[in-house]
Design a protein around this ligand. Structure first.
Ligand code: ATP
Ligand code: MG
Ligand code: MG
Length: 353
């Protein structure tokens, strides 16, 4: 069996490896700072757990391998400018925007997009880092180091945030998980719920949007599409050409997780519709210490990433999947997490069916 190398050795790489083991795929996440000479074979496959990477000894070896799946797509989606251009070109709805050029002014931004404008750095942003709000009421100007480096987006007054995770095989076959409802606090994903009956009417529309993208890019593997729901419409917020945090619930809630589906797709193994088991919810562990007392909670599945705990850093997640509504609600009551988790717990309590 050939080896699946993963560029990056964070939690996504670790979970890809965990998913590859039972289906007999040798998945090897590689730290981008590794200086090892990697024993790459011609028939091996390469994938990535991140959208972009610096040139290092490790990434150079991986990125020059002939079987790096989606290699050409990464730079297209890792840069928010080209990502937005793709969305416009394909007529896919997204927040109105313009590129922040060296001569762009805040006045222009307010004229074009309204009195609240969100600048996002073209590269490297995650968990809401790399964002800067322009507010006309506060006469905010565009800082010099954002000029030529960002896009500016209209503030969207969305009803809620949803995401779609899909997988596409080499022959173009595609499968999708049910839409996931997501709660972000300060730009970081705190919690997800899926499936939800009330999101079903949007499923086909969302699948068509993501299909168009994956087919046009001839993409292979798992891709995630984050959306704002505004009434019956979906506006694409951003795309991730990889497994995605809002798909973590599939580890507990689906016969085939997003991680296994990605491994299957990139290694050209059979794909099949996965069976959605029950109601799932996921809680991200952000900046909190490991607490093995959590394990006393019925139905809880802990995924701890083994990273150093820092404020605002994702260090693990909790999955729950059950057909027993009371079990999910009582698990939420038993979770003892610091602020701002009360908001996340209330949100889940209210949104669970
Ligand atoms: P991720 O960790 O998901 O990659 P990111 O740093 O790349 O995050 P975005 O997903 O673009 O950033 O934005 C993070 C969050 O900020 C969104 O989920 C949403 O809550 C809020 N946000 C982003 N764009 C807008 C917008 N145009 N209007 C209002 N809120 C927005
Ligand atoms: Mg992002
Ligand atoms: Mg996002």
């Amino acid at each position: 069996m050939s080896i699946l190398w993963v560029l990056g050795a964070g939690q996504l790489g670790a979970m890809l490896k965990q998913a590859g083991t039972p289906i007999g795929v040798d998945v090897r996440p590689i730290d981008i700072e590794s200086t090892d000479v990697l024993p790459l074979n011609a028939e091996d496959i390469v994938t990535a757990e991140r959208e972009e990477w610096p040139d290092t000894a490790a990434t150079k070896q991986l990125a020059t391998h002939n079987n790096f799946v989606n290699l050409a797509t990464f730079p297209q989606l890792a840069d928010r400018l080209t990502q937005k251009q793709w969305l416009d070109r394909l007529n896919l709805a997204t927040a109105p925007w313009f590129p922040v050029e060296t001569d762009s002014t805040a006045k222009y931004a307010y004229q074009m997009l309204g009195d609240r404008v969100l600048m996002k750095r073209r590269r490297g942003g995650y968990d809401g880092k790399g964002q800067y709000w322009l507010k006309e009421s506060e006469l905010t100007e565009i800082p010099d180091d954002w000029k030529g480096q960002a896009i500016a987006e209209q503030a969207i007054n969305f009803d809620e945030e949803v995401s779609l995770v899909g997988v596409r095989g080499r022959n173009g076959e595609k499968y999708f998980y049910p839409l996931t409802l997501n709660l972000h606090i300060n730009g970081i994903l705190y919690a997800s719920i899926s499936p939800l009956e009330r999101l079903k009417p949007l499923q086909t529309k969302a699948e068509k949007m993501l299909s168009k993208l994956m087919d046009t890019l001839d993409y292979v593997g798992v891709m995630a599409m984050e959306c704002f729901r505004v009434g019956d419409n979906l506006l694409i917020n951003e795309l991730a050409p990889r497994v995605h945090n809002s798909g973590h619930w599939t580890q507990a809630g689906s016969s085939v997780s997003q991680f296994e589906n990605h491994v299957r797709a990139v290694t050209n193994l059979p794909l099949a519709p996965s069976e959605i088991k029950n109601q799932s919810m996921m809680v991200n562990l952000i900046g909190v210490d490991l607490d093995h007392e959590w394990l006393k909670i019925k139905g809880l599945e802990l995924h701890w990433y083994g990273k150093e705990v820092r404020p605002g850093r994702k260090v693990g997640h909790l999955n729950f999947c059950s057909n027993d509504k009371n079990l999910l609600q009582s698990a939420l009551k038993e979770l003892n997490l610091p602020e701002p988790y009360s908001e996340a717990i209330n949100w889940m309590t209210e949104n669970l069916p």
